[in-house]
Design a protein around this ligand. Structure first.
Ligand code: HEM
Ligand SMILES: *[C@@H]1O[C@H](CO)[C@@H](O)[C@H](O)[C@H]1NC(C)=O
Ligand SMILES: *[C@@H]1O[C@H](CO)[C@@H](O)[C@H](O)[C@H]1NC(C)=O
Ligand SMILES: CC(=O)N[C@H]1CO[C@H](CO)[C@@H](O)[C@@H]1O
Length: 542
């Protein structure tokens, strides 16, 4: 028995060594410049997760090396990082499924959401998931969610007004990010499976509690051993890696706890929906009802098994609430820092409101929200400037040549306009840098300036991404399925908040940092132990 074990262990070790050696001697990127590597074991990709504010390192490397450079992952594995528009268009749009997610990304997602669309490892599986999910995210479908979004934002406004009344004051400092996370959770619960979390009502919901600070509890400042451990995954067969995820590391234990709770709730709801469908109810618009109806079709290409169905819900909860809530938080913070722009935005909303009243309607129509130019500009600019997801990781499925819009200088001083990569090469689209390229956004790219979207000075020769030419929702076949959902939701919430409240910086002027916690979120310097936090002074508009 023990001989067998030894044999197994040594063959795994040999296989590992061979694979690793093949990688290490694989020098195709060695001539590309990039930051120094201090530790062979750790490489320098994870230095990003220790930078104080997201972008500190990214922008520095961009200054030094241009739009493409070489990084190193754990165990000497080279990574091509790029913010080059043409390279990104090639990788994300033109190559279809030829750049897939890395093993590490997939296995992490597997542990966080289960076998969901975000996990879907192959073209076959992903295109099936996406085809089934797409109808739930079509423009007409999402339009029907607007009243629900407005109901939630109205509830949020009411809560703040009650709070002001209760304190007998016309202004208060509030942790706006926490309130927005609750609103976004209520919204995704209703939209995804017609479920009331009651997060804004402060009900003691178990799922709500699980999501509080999930990212910063688990992903902030990854320990070194974890970096090496996950670095090994690249060299192992995927099936083995899928077993490894059962190791109780900090982040997975935290995510697993959340997932267990979410899955239990989802399972009950899937059963309930299937039951309702049997009884002929075909009207529900929530995502889960759409999936259950698709599953009832004859076409096997339109079916999800029960596990996949439940996983989609965890995926939507994960991808669809803190992202939007954080983006709106950053938007309000920028409004607080730019009071003149904030006032323009408020005037725009108030003007539209008078049209609504004159018409005798109760609330804004979708077209009215979409026609608010300052509102649209503020959203685009915040998505660009405070992109919540800052890096992506992809792996070339076969040998390829990546074209560049901006030539780069190699170690030998020559300029190259394309980068040949071999199958297995990891490439990392750098969203943070792409969103700040002066060649696209103008010389003031490092300034939050919504007016740039109104002046139409943005260079859109190379079309990229899902919305406003920013990369914040990723791009291509695996781009964010929820981008339009998120935009409509943000419109609804921001218009309501700005119509009802003024936002300003708290008197002690807290320093806000953009922490790298899997997703980028706000914390107050010196108060990091409080988790994600963005305090703003909120004053009722009278
Ligand atoms: C401001 C808000 C949001 C941002 C910045 C954002 C960003 C992203 C990004 C960058 C990706 C690609 C991830 C990757 O390639 O590894 C993605 C994928 C995804 N997002 Fe979003 N997202 C947002 C809101 C939402 C919402 C509201 C939903 C759902 C209602 C959602 C659902 C998804 C799903 C399901 C995927 C996976 C798509 C696929 O693999 O086919 N997201 N999102
Ligand atoms: C993906 O790679 C294969 C093999 O090299 C190639 O035939 C195919 O055209 C590529 N697909 C796209 C969309 O570029
Ligand atoms: C989907 O359909 C399959 C059979 O076609 C069925 O076994 C499964 O329970 C269905 N799942 C749901 C959640 O309706
Ligand atoms: C769905 C899944 O794989 N969950 C696992 C994630 O990791 C923890 C421990 O780290 C396991 O207990 C879970 O089963």
């Amino acid at each position: 028995m023990s001989a067998l074990l030894t044999l197994c262990a040594s063959s795994v070790a040999v296989a590992l060594l061979v694979r690793w050696y093949r990688w290490y001697t694989h020098r195709s990127l060695k001539y590309i410049r990039g930051p120094q590597v201090k530790s062979f074991l750790l490489g320098n990709v994870r230095d990003f997760s220790w930078q104080e504010s997201v972008g500190d390192l990214d922008f520095k490397y961009y200054e030094e090396y241009g739009t493409s450079w070489r990084m190193q992952a754990a165990l000497g594995k080279g990574v091509l990082m790029t913010a080059d528009p043409k390279a990104l268009q090639h990788i994300m749009h033109k190559s279809g499924y030829n750049y897939s997610k890395t093993t590490q990304a997939q296995v992490s997602v597997l542990n966080i959401t289960g076998r969901s669309i975000i996990w879907a490892p192959t073209a076959d599986i992903h295109s099936r998931h996406r085809k089934i999910m797409n109808p739930a995210f079509s423009a007409p479908q999402l339009r029907s969610f607007l009243p629900m979004f407005r109901r939630s934002s109205g509830k949020l406004c009411q809560q703040w007004k009650d709070e002001l009344l209760h304190r007998n004051s016309d202004s208060l400092v509030l942790p706006v990010n926490k309130w927005l996370a609750r609103a976004a959770l209520d919204i995704i619960g209703e939209a995804a499976f017609d479920y009331e979390f009651g997060a804004l009502d402060n009900s003691e919901n178990e799922v709500t509690k699980e999501y509080d600070n999930m990212f910063s509890d688990s992903m902030l400042h990854l320990p070194a051993w974890n970096v090496v451990f996950e670095g090994l995954w690249t060299y192992l067969p995927r099936s083995l890696v899928e077993c490894i995820r059962y190791m109780p590391t900090r982040e997975y234990s935290r995510f697993a706890r959340t997932l267990r709770v979410v899955n239990r709730v989802s399972k009950q709801l899937v059963e309930q929906k299937s039951e309702m469908l049997l009884h002929g109810d075909k009207t529900n618009k929530d995502v889960m009802s759409v999936l259950v109806r698709a599953n009832a079709s004859e076409n096997p290409g339109m079916k999800l098994n029960d596990e996949e169905m439940v996983s989609q819900m965890a995926a939507l909860m994960l991808a669809g609430h803190e992202t939007t809530a954080n983006t709106v938080s950053w938007l309000l913070w920028e409004l607080a820092k730019h009071p003149e722009f904030q006032e323009k935005l408020r005037v725009e909303i108030v003007q539209k409101r008078s049209e609504v009243i004159a018409r005798g309607d109760a609330d804004f129509a979708m077209e009215e929200l979409e026609s608010m130019r300052y509102l649209q500009a503020a959203m685009k600019e915040t998505l660009r400037y405070h992109n919540i997801v800052y890096h992506l990781f992809r792996v070339a499925e076969q040998d390829d040549i990546i074209p560049l819009a901006n030539p780069i200088r190699t170690k030998t001083g020559e300029f190259i306009t394309e980068i040949p990569v071999s199958a297995g090469q990891v490439v990392a689209p750098n969203i943070a840098v792409y969103n700040r390229l002066p060649e696209i956004w103008g010389e003031d790219a490092h300034t939050w300036n919504p007016m740039r979207h109104l002046d139409e000075k943005i260079d859109t020769q190379i079309r990229l991404g899902m919305f406003g030419n920013v990369m914040s929702f990723s791009a291509g076949l695996r781009g964010c399925i929820g981008w339009r959902f998120s935009v409509i939701e943000m419109q609804a919430i921001v218009a309501d908040l700005v119509e009802n409240f003024k936002f300003s910086l708290p008197d002690e002027k807290p320093e806000i940092i953009r922490v790298p916690a899997g997703v980028m979120g706000p914390m107050v310097r010196g108060r990091e132990h409080e988790g994600m936090l963005l305090p703003l002074r909120v004053t009722a508009v009278v």
